[in-house]
Design a binder for this molecule. Structure first.
Ligand SMILES: [Zn+2]
Length: 464
């Protein structure tokens, strides 16, 4: 290409020179000198043009056996791929067969969704509980004794030691490096930024006056005494709740959240969760209790599975069920499709993932009676839902607010035989449904009728 351009340039200059010499025979030697400058300038312009002009002429197309310059270079011409390779002493183009690129599937257009104004107000789906304002339960409203769940909030961590059980330096390290960062991140993500919790602490151990056995089963007193010690140095009124962290001892056999005279707090030894990656959500879980969430799963075996940090998620998810987020006010009333009178006609709903912010419908609730409902939500992989593609899908569960903590208030009803393995090797129920899968429960048929990158569409109809 460059050689060709040079030839053209040289020919042009020669012709010009001859023409000029012919038509201007009387030019002075001074003028001839200027003419020479003009020629040189023209040559420069042509050379510059030659170098800058992109190589698009037909002469550059690769062809099998034709010489090329750069080994390894590939080029596609008329849908065929060529590669510049060394063949013997020559460097030539070779045809390369490429794998057929699959043609993208023709995307089925999204189905029309039902008019949301025909649904019940979200209030109609806020099931009550037989124990309002008392203990943790699955219903509405949240008891006033629990910590606030909205806004910028602070919690105080108090590390303690007993006269008979010395401090364990790992208490602080575990909290600083694992428990606190994991919980702060998870609550920000779970709540879509509506609950920004920060845990603060002094890097010191507060010594309690009584021996560890004194606090056996007396956890309110443990929290109260820990606060009394910390209060000498820290203004406790700045915090919504406290977390008392004890060294490991059999004299403190329990762990969890407890109400005390001044409010609510978590307490527990570090034995179980120290250096155990599947327990990095311990503080996250206990904080859920402080907010009024209970164990929705069944201690006797019917696992709630991977889907809620208040269950045995075994490291598969640090998120919450949509119902729990609804209860805490993180899923807004406008993000609920509430069928307050059950299902009497076919409806179509577009669900955004429960783990993603944005004003989507995040949860469909079908009220079955005063204390029972179906929850339908979409689970996709997020920063705190550690899902494989296979585990993702639409989850359908039954909510029963008259069932107490640990006895299965939440029960997965879709795909009850779809399990996964948690980080400890435990079998964990997934229950998610993919496209065209359906479940028929309590007279309600739920079917996944469309999926795309950021939503799933479900149809609901009566099966009775
Ligand atoms: Zn718990």
């Amino acid at each position: 290409m460059i050689i060709v351009a040079f030839v053209i340039a040289a020919t042009t200059l020669t012709v010009m020179w001859l023409l000029l010499a012919h038509f201007l025979p009387d030019v002075s030697s001074r003028s001839k000198k200027s003419l020479l400058h003009l020629q040189t300038g023209l040559l420069a312009v042509i050379v510059a043009f030659t170098f800058s002009y992109p190589s698009v002429s037909a002469a550059t197309h690769p062809k099998v056996g034709k010489e090329c310059s750069k080994i390894g270079q590939t080029e596609v011409h008329k849908g065929k791929m060529f590669k510049c390779v060394k063949k013997g002493k020559k460097v030539v183009w070779k045809r390369v067969k490429t794998a057929q690129v699959p043609r993208p599937a023709v995307t089925q257009s999204a189905p029309a969704t039902s008019d949301r104004s025909t649904f019940s107000p979200a209030l109609g789906c806020k099931l009550g509980s037989p124990w309002p304002d008392e203990s943790e339960n699955a219903g509405f409203p949240r008891g006033a004794n629990f910590a606030p769940a909205l806004g910028d909030r602070k919690s105080l961590v108090i590390f303690v030691e007993f006269p008979d059980v010395p401090r364990d330096e790992r208490q602080i390290q575990e909290w600083k490096n694992h428990q606190i960062p994991a919980a702060e991140k998870a609550y920000g993500v779970m709540s879509y930024g509506k609950y920004n919790l920060r845990y603060e602490y002094k890097e010191k151990f507060f010594r309690l006056n009584d021996p560890s056995l004194y606090y056996y089963k007396n956890y309110a007193k443990l929290i109260q005494d820990a606060v009394a010690q910390a209060q000498k140095e820290i203004d406790i009124s700045r915090y919504d709740f406290v977390n008392v962290v004890t060294p490991n001892t059999d004299n403190i056999p329990d762990e969890g959240a407890a109400g005390w005279a001044g409010g609510i707090g978590t307490m527990g030894p570090i034995g179980e969760y120290l250096d155990n990656p599947s327990k990095r959500n311990w503080l996250m879980h206990e904080t859920g209790h402080v907010l009024g969430l209970m164990h929705g799963y069944d201690y006797r075996g019917a696992s709630l599975g991977a889907w809620d940090v208040m269950a045995n998620s075994f490291g598969l998810s640090d998120d919450l069920l949509g119902w729990n987020k609804f209860k805490l006010g993180w899923v807004a009333d406008t993000e609920i499709d509430c069928l307050g009178d059950g299902v009497s006609r076919e409806t179509v709903h577009r669900l955004g993932p429960i783990g993603a912010a944005g004003e989507n419908t995040k949860l469909v609730v079908v009220k079955l009676n005063e204390t029972e409902a179906l929850g339908i939500e979409l689970r996709r992989k997020t920063d705190i839902d550690y899902l494989t593609a296979e585990a993702e899908g639409v989850l359908v569960y039954k909510i029963d607010t008259k069932i107490p903590s640990g006895e299965g208030a939440f029960q997965i009803v879709s795909n009850p035989t779809k399990f996964s393995t948690g980080t400890n090797g435990n079998r964990v129920l997934l229950g998610t449904m993919k496209l065209n899968e359906e479940v028929d429960f309590a007279g309600v048929k739920v079917k996944v009728i469309h999926e795309d990158s950021d939503s799933a569409y479900v149809s609901l109809s009566s099966s009775v």
